[in-house]
Design a protein around this ligand. Structure first.
Ligand code: TTP
Ligand code: MG
Length: 415
């Protein structure tokens, strides 16, 4: 049977990439457990107590940034720009209104907040790639299309994080990873910027060259010396010259500035499950339509499993009935298989009890995955071999590709 071969493979320009980055993350966490800090200038860092020397600012709330305080700044400089409230209250020469709250870094707590955000993200996208404690890419391509109201999807994700975790994030949604990253930063804090396919170049053109993913202050300075001020200038630059001066990185930022980025969002580590879901325009009770949808989803999931060299031991379905009742059923298979016909028939069998009921959304999922030896070349796909970004430009001891403790972050779980 060659059915599988005929299933369409998505083209890169249909990707819907969502980049989520929390606003002043450590400060937002401090506010979460200490609500009186809301709307106040808050600096998170080390070394601000009397008698301490050294230390740097990890982050500052936007109110503290208004005083000039920023990440990676020496804490002594921050204290000059924004004294501590506690000191200002005692010193007649200082104004309490022009002072802020300082809190020490508490990674364990920030990681727990980060986990809570990731839990939500994991249920919202088929593929999730966590790049740092407060930043992740989601691939929405299998769940939505560009004809959907993508802005509403972003808005809903933001409000879910706000109501369930209590912090604000900024979101960028675009057809490429680099555009989504820039978009999330474009209207911070509390931003939501959607860049539709076809408008990536016009979105980039007027931006300062430093906005491009991978261009930090040092590179930006060097580019400006060459007369390259905006992303548009960079896009029109001479790629050969850029490569000579900046090597591989020059080529990459040139491509990014032109809106070119072939990368797909790939999770780290191996996935625990693969799933695909799809909503009907209107809830439908039409059996044929329901069964056809389920078949298409099963084939799509099987196709992806095959492309990624994955065998599966459990097959499941998810059925959302109006108003929003989510139900799932799963069944063990005889052993690890790679068999689209079996997946299709098991999915249809599990669906029998719901047939004829009005259904809003259907999903198919495979889990208990196995990775065979032959799949090794494909597994490179799951690893971080494409991460780009000017990690040399990042400060504060972090790197863009910080892999710490993230593990597998993919997949819509619907058990
Ligand atoms: P960022 O996302 O770069 O910064 P942010 O979340 O504080 O602010 P925003 O995204 O609104 O601009 O980094 C996330 C966290 O990483 C940040 O809260 C603190 C930490 N961090 C450091 O410890 N040192 C640094 O130099 C930077 C940039 C961040
Ligand atoms: Mg952030």
């Amino acid at each position: 049977m060659s059915d599988r071969e005929q299933l369409p493979v998505r083209s890169a320009d249909e990707q819907i990439v969502c980049h989520v980055d929390a606003d002043c993350f450590y400060a937002a966490c401090e506010r979460l457990r200490e609500p009186p800090l809301r709307n106040e200038p808050v600096v998170v860092g080390m070394g601000y107590e009397a008698g301490e020397t050294g230390g740097a600012v990890a982050t500052a709330s936007y109110e503290a940034r208004a005083f000039g305080v920023e990440s990676a700044m020496a804490i002594s400089t921050a204290l000059e720009l924004l004294p501590r409230k506690i000191d200002a209250a005692r010193d007649p020469e200082l104004s309490v209104d022009e002072a802020g709250f300082y809190r020490p870094v508490d990674m364990e707590y920030y990681e727990s907040v980060s986990d809570a955000v990731q839990e939500i993200l994991r249920t919202r996208a088929d593929v999730l790639r966590v790049v740092s404690i407060d930043e992740a890419y989601l691939d929405f391509s299998d769940s939505y299309s560009w004809t959907d109201d993508i802005r509403a999807v972003g808005r809903q994700l933001k409000s879910q994080i706000e109501s369930e975790v209590g912090i604000t994030v900024s979101i960028g949604i675009a057809p490429t990873m680099s555009a989504a990253k820039v978009a999330s930063d474009h209207d911070k804090p509390d931003g939501l910027v959607v860049v539709e396919p076809g408008s990536v170049q016009s979105f980039f053109d007027p931006l300062d060259v430093e906005a491009i993913h991978g261009v930090g202050p040092v590179t930006a300075g060097e580019l400006r010396e060459l007369g390259i001020e905006t992303a548009g200038d960079l896009a029109e630059g001479d790629p050969g010259e850029l490569a000579d001066q900046f090597g591989e990185r020059g080529k990459r930022v040139y491509r990014f500035a032109r809106g070119e980025d072939q990368r797909e969002v790939t999770p780290r580590g191996k996935p625990k499950s693969l799933s695909r879901e799809s909503a009907f325009g209107e809830p439908t009770a039409d059996r044929d339509q329901q069964r056809e949808q389920l078949r298409a989803l099963a084939r799509d999931v099987a196709n992806r499993a095959r492309r990624r060299g994955v065998l599966y031991r459990t097959a499941g379905i998810k059925v959302v009935t109006p108003p929003f009742d989510v139900q799932s059923r799963a069944k063990s298979l005889p052993g690890p298989v790679e068999d689209w016909e079996l997946l299709e028939s098991v999915a249809l069998g599990l669906f029998e009890e719901f047939e004829g009921q009005p259904v809003r959304k259907l999903g198919v999922k495979i889990s208990k995955l196995a990775f065979t030896d032959e799949t090794q070349p494909t597994l490179a796909h799951w690893r971080d071999d494409t991460e780009s970004g000017g990690s040399e430009e990042l400060s504060g001891g972090r790197t863009e590709a910080d892999d710490s403790g993230t593990g597998q972050r993919s997949i819509t779980e619907f058990e």
